[in-house]
Design a binder for this molecule. Structure first.
Ligand SMILES: [Zn+2]
Length: 274
């Protein structure tokens, strides 16, 4: 299996994405931001959360082959909560959270799990469209509240304030029925993840993407998934991130593509099967 990984923080910010790969397992997490000026109840921060949960998930995936991916995720959400329940307020609605993509290779199958808005692309090759797995519940809830933010120019204090208010409003819908689910402190979120299994020989390439990387396709509409897979195949994951950055720079105020973050952490993992 050929693996390529690229990750790049939004300019001037710590990288809150995390990705890691072994020969038989891959994980990608996108820590959900605590916007400047917003409280979280946790002294460790979002980058710590994504890194800690991600590395313990990868370890668990390789050490516990008999547990399902949701079981592993539930166990590690609980374990990471245990690391800071004595020092931090885990009941705070803004406690650090993360999206999760997990991919595991068994003898003859690929098992996957997707929670929240990071994406998994499974390409069977040939002319059929790739399978695109993304949990869009947060976007659905968010659509109700983002009008005020989207009407303002990115980079202005007014937009920053509207973004903070938007994020804080969405917290009331986090890890609730009828809302959206992310990895945070409640292990029950793992049961809400999208999961599936595909025969290993059916997949030529698997791609894990944070929404800062998938935005070239799903927000900017500057490429199709097929074109993106070709780009990844020919030029590697850095090329996709470069295109995203170029698009972001071309629209600094969000006039063409209204968005909460002008620039976002972008992470891409590609796994090409022999
Ligand atoms: Zn903490």
């Amino acid at each position: 299996m050929r693996v390529a990984l690229a990750t790049e923080a939004a300019p001037g910010r710590p990288n809150e994405d995390f990705a890691a790969v072994t020969a038989d397992a891959a994980v990608l997490l996108d820590g959900a931001g605590t916007p400047p000026g917003s409280e979280s109840g946790c002294s460790h921060g979002v980058a710590w959360y994504a890194r800690t949960l991600g590395s313990s998930l990868l370890a668990a995936m390789t050490q516990k082959p008999n547990e399902t991916l949701p079981e592993l995720l539930a166990g590690e959400i609980k374990a990471v909560a245990g690391l800071h329940e004595d020092t931090c307020d885990l009941a705070h609605p803004g406690s650090p959270s993360a999206t999760v993509v997990m991919l595991r290779r068994t003898d003859d199958a690929l098992e996957w799990l997707v929670l929240a808005d990071s994406s998994l692309i499974l390409d069977t090759g040939g002319t059929t469209d790739p399978m695109v797995i993304c949990d869009d519940r947060e976007a659905q809830v968010g659509a109700r509240y983002r009008k005020a933010m989207d009407a303002l120019d990115s980079g202005t204090p007014e937009h920053q304030k509207a973004h903070r208010e938007y994020v804080e409003t969405l917290r009331a819908h986090r890890n609730r029925d009828g809302g959206f689910w992310v990895a945070a402190t409640d292990p029950l979120a793992a049961d809400q993840a999208l999961t599936g299994t595909v025969p290993q020989e059916a997949v030529r390439t698997a791609v894990l993407l944070s929404d800062g990387a998938s935005r070239l396709v799903d927000r900017f509409h500057l490429a199709t998934w097929r074109q993106t897979l070709d780009l990844l195949d020919q030029e590697g994951p850095e090329a996709l991130i470069s295109r995203v950055r170029a698009a972001e720079h071309s629209d600094p105020t969000g006039a063409r593509w209204p968005r909460g973050k002008t620039f976002d952490d972008a992470t891409v993992v590609t796994l090409s099967m022999p």
